[in-house]
Design a protein around this ligand. Sequence first.
Ligand SMILES: [Zn+2]
Length: 216
Amino acid sequence: MDDGQQAVNIDEFLRQEGFDTDEAVHEGRIVLERERLTRSGKQAFVASKLPRARAALRSTLVRTCAGCRRVAGDPPGRRPVAVSPGRCELCGGSNNRRAVERCVVVMRGRGIGRVVIVGGTPPQQRDVRDLFADTTVELRFVDGTRASHSQKDAEHNKRWADLVVIWGPTPVRHAVSELYTEQRYEGLKVVQVPRRGIEALCDEVVRALRPEARKS
Ligand SMILES: [Zn+2]
């Protein structure tokens, strides 16, 4: 038998694709029925329909966990459906990824596209870079331990950035952070993060950028 003619159970297919709640399976079925890939009451379709089915689901629905559902950053035209965190398209169950997602939405709302992060160990910086890789936010890192970071370097960064984050407890020399906290630039937001960890970093930025925090 031609592989394309093999019967595929629709509910199983949807669960394999990450639609792992009853609600998500239901929403997925509605999409497949609307695309005439199946009809109400049918349990299976032929395997040759799989690519079209995947494309229809991808363009119509976005799988999100409860934590990400509040994030208003859904791609336009795609409706959120509730799945478990591990199958969430936004965070994949990762607290760091969820925090970055939330942070990016808030940054976008405030028109922030360029961020200088002062501090962080090289592995932390690499993780942050990876997590922001799919976003529109541009990042620049400053090694907080380097005595050679000059006033001129800092001025250059402050002119470029919309936001400066001082990642406090990671290795940051006072002399380096001072270059960013002493002389402020008009319109340039500076956030000090007193905690370690990427989730903490993002949460502090979100807190600082929230509308009620604007006055400070
Ligand atoms: Zn999520």
